[in-house]
Design a protein around this ligand. Sequence first.
Ligand code: TXA
Ligand code: MG
Length: 342
Amino acid sequence: MNTEIIQVDPIRPDEGAVSVAVSYLRKGNAVVFPTETVYGLGANALDSDAVKSIFMVKGRPHDNPLLLHVSSLEMAQRCISEDLSCYSRLTDKLWPGPVTLIFHKSAEIPLTATAGLDTVGIRFPAHPVARLMIELAGIPVAAPSANLSGKPSPTEESHVLEDLMDRVPCILLAGKTVFGLESTIIDLTQDPPVLLRPGPISPEQLRETLDDIAITIPDISDEHIPKAPGMKYRHYSPDVDLILIQGDLEQVVKEAKDLAKASRAAILCCEEHKQAFASVAIPVVLGSLERPYEIAMNLFGALRRLSDMNLDIAISESFPEKGIGLAIMNRLSKAASKIIRV
Ligand code: TXA
Ligand code: MG
């Protein structure tokens, strides 16, 4: 398949350029588009065959539901059976933005999109290109992250091309995404609401913004706690074993030395610890501990890079689980083949 690649300005996208992607959407094709979290692979959510093509292109398991992307509250209302205005305290504060809310689906949404569930995740992206595309299309856009199943979500143009070039008819490129990690997911069909996937908006921020709206924040590392269906799959994995080590720096360096000896090893670490690991393995620096959003933004790109480094083993240190750090550690734990606590 020939892929039409269209470069668009991330802040002031050209309507004509985005319309090309819209015409593919209207024909039932899947297209790649940028959002503020990661790139998405979208199709007309109301068209069951179009939705099926997303699963095919990605190689996605059929029991893993898709999120619906909307460009207005009216469009969100069309997708759900609850009265959205009852949730205005939440939507006023969180939308548009990197938070997905789960409701009960409306009859119009095909079960192929929700993998048979009667609930549906609604995402109202803030990214100007995503918003314009959905607005011009006038339909909700079902979209997972635009990676091949199992790979890290694409945060840069090269990631998208690597995974989906020649597999979709149209790709909108607009540089790096902003957050680099997928949206925070909150399930509003449970009372009180439950955080299903940590993301760019942290539990601390949710508590602060929503003061009197209680949200259950489960221990994300507890395997017995219900999560978003897709989170049971191994994910984000580089083509080399990744060992995540948790503990004090001194102990982590010692453990990493043991793991890395006599092999070609790289270690994902922060700027501050680069020196401490320099004699142990090739440091792959994610960013400074003082700027955790930078670490988040670089994580998926770094995981992809590990696959190209011809390594025997990859190691990662751990990051503080506060703020966006909870989402960073959630993704790292999913990418790891083993977690060692020292
Ligand atoms: O930031 C994002 O959320 C990105 C961009 C493209 O919008 N999208 C994204 O989609 O990460 P995806 O499909 O890669 O991850 C969505 C997650 C999956 O784990 C899926 O199982 C879960 O959301 N999910 C979808 N519908 C759900 C539902 N009705 N109930 C619970 N979890 C759901
Ligand atoms: Mg995904």
